[in-house]
Write a protein that binds this ligand. Structure first.
Ligand code: FAD
Ligand code: MLT
Ligand code: ZN
Length: 468
């Protein structure tokens, strides 16, 4: 149901709710809302609405529902599966003005945040109380708390604190008819029926607009030690990662970069990795970035664990001060940007069972090339969670053949993995959802969707296959 040409009366109603400055219809102002971060997904919209609080959001949604105008909720627009943009002429509801950080509840170690608060602002807000947000990711300056809940974002600290759903202790949202549901008390034990926070986490804007979120917080672990470890083979890196998980109690992040991705990020940074043998980007070299964090200096614990890997590791660099640690992290945190600077990738984000991880990493380049012999696979990810990001570029930075996506995701499913570890399904993987979900599950998804959004107005192009 595209918005098409919007009736003047609808525009007037919306302007009276959110203020004329926050109803945008000039293409010069709306076009930025219609293309995603990767540039792979682009559409158009006749209308962007920017409410300033929950009441305005609810009233605006009611107007859209009455006019049967479909709407895409959008936060920071850093999503990587085409779920945040209007692909078929929908209206966009931007949450970026829902940016209020409420006072940190230090007794409960919780905070309530507007959905449009960026992760970086949320982190700065709770740091002053010695607390931290459990999820961290490189898009922190733009990604919003609401978007992170809606995608159940993962990031670099999942092995310690879990993904975004695990952080949510309360939620407020606007449903498709404009009803507000609010459950923000944040009681750790609260078995009073369905958990709407869990349901909305990972719902990708298809069930409601999240307006406020109450998050559990974690004590800051101020002392850090970071190691970049180089390996000759994938299997050595995977074996070492499992050993580090077992032996380092303060393990905070455990990331991997495989040779192709290391070649791209090194070229982008203009710096070779301090350890390891970087070939032409087609070899089997692998790097692990392991970070330990604790109240007291964890460097001895990490150092001892690295010593025990001496038969596997080719070379290691350890950094303790913030500047040196940041220089090691640069080889991981800048990969997404480096790849996008080279072209428009297809971004496949998958989890494998631990026992099939090395087999997958070594096998997937052939699967990619069998689908498109010119395609270039670049692999990295959150190895501590079994999560591999398979990014695929076509020649000269063009997009690879569509067939690559299906081939890789079928391979993942055959090995018992998930076709979406953390980015969600969006528009990108909607046609592959059946690889991981049975017909009965898809029917249950459809029933939930129809119950909460009977007219199908919320983000109609994502997550659910049309027949679900
Ligand atoms: P958007 O992109 O605006 O929206 C994403 C989805 O959520 C859409 O379907 C949208 O409709 C819906 N949505 C947004 N806000 C709301 C709301 N208030 N209510 C209901 N639905 C809503 N992701 C990871 O999981 N781990 C990573 O490590 C990671 N690293 C990244 C690094 C970079 C450089 C980039 C560009 C992206 C990365 N991402 C990562 C992806 C992205 O940052 C996350 O998916 C993030 O959660 C999206 O937040 P957002 O506010 O930008 O949401
Ligand atoms: C990451 O881990 O860097 C992100 O999920 C982004 C990406 O996959 O490019
Ligand atoms: Zn990731």
């Amino acid at each position: 149901m595209s918005a098409g040409v919007i009736d003047e009366a609808v525009l007037d109603d919306l302007a009276s709710i959110v203020g004329p400055a926050h109803v945008l219809s000039d293409p010069e102002l709306t076009s930025g809302y219609a293309v995603d971060w990767t540039r792979r997904f682009a559409g158009s919209t006749p209308l962007v609405i920017r409410p300033g609080d929950t009441a305005e959001t609810a009233a605006a949604i009611e107007v859209l529902a009455d006019a049967r105008i479909a709407v895409v909720p959008q936060g920071g627009n850093t999503g990587l599966v085409g779920g945040s943009v209007p692909l078929a002429g929908e209206a966009v509801l931007s949450t970026r003005r829902l940016d209020r950080c409420e006072t940190v509840d230090e007794l409960a170690s919780q905070v309530t945040l507007g959905a449009g608060v960026t992760l970086a602002d949320a982190q700065a807000h709770v740091t002053t109380c010695g607390l931290s947000i459990g999820v961290d990711l490189a898009a922190r300056d733009s990604a919003t708390i609401g978007g992170m809940v809606a995608t159940n974002a993962g990031g670099i600290n999942v092995l310690r604190y879990g993904a975004m759903r695990t952080q949510v202790v309360g939620i407020e949202a606007v449903l498709a008819d404009g009803t507000i549901v609010s459950h923000l008390a944040g009681l750790e034990k609260d078995n009073t029926g369905y958990d709407l926070g869990s349901l909305l986490a990972g719902s990708e804007g298809t069930l409601g607009v999240i307006t406020r979120v109450r998050l559990r917080l974690h004590p800051i672990q101020p002392e850090r030690a970071t190691a970049l470890l180089a390996f000759e083979t994938t299997q050595d890196a995977v074996t070492a990662a499992a050993a580090l998980r077992r032996s380092v109690g303060s393990l905070h992040a455990l990331e991997a970069v495989f040779e192709g991705a290391m070649a791209v990020v090194s070229a982008h940074l203009g710096v070779a990795p301090p350890v390891g043998n970087l070939g032409d980007g087609t070899g089997d070299a692998a790097w692990l970035l392991a970070e330990a964090a604790a109240r007291n200096d964890p460097s001895d614990e990490l150092g001892a664990a690295v010593e025990e890997l001496s038969g596997l590791v080719v070379d290691a660099a350890v950094a303790l001060d913030p500047g040196a640690r940041k220089r090691l992290w640069a080889f991981r945190e800048n990969i997404t940007e480096a790849i996008s600077a080279s072209g428009i990738p297809h971004k496949l984000d998958v989890t494998l069972p631990a026992a099939r991880l090395a087999e997958f990493v070594d096998g997937v380049p052939d699967v990619v090339r069998a689908a498109d012999r010119h395609a270039v696979p670049l692999l990295f990810g959150h190895l501590g969670d079994g999560n591999v990001h398979v990014n695929v570029l076509g020649p000269g930075g063009s997009e690879p053949a569509e067939a690559v996506d299906g081939a890789v995701l079928r391979y993942v499913a055959d090995l018992g993995g998930s076709i979406s570890a953390e980015h969600g399904i969006g528009a990108a993987k909607l046609s592959q959802l059946h690889l991981n979900r049975t017909e009965a599950e898809l029917a249950a998804f459809g029933a939930i969707k129809r119950a909460l959004d009977p007219a199908g107005l919320f983000n109609p192009n994502v997550l659910l296959p049309p027949n679900a």
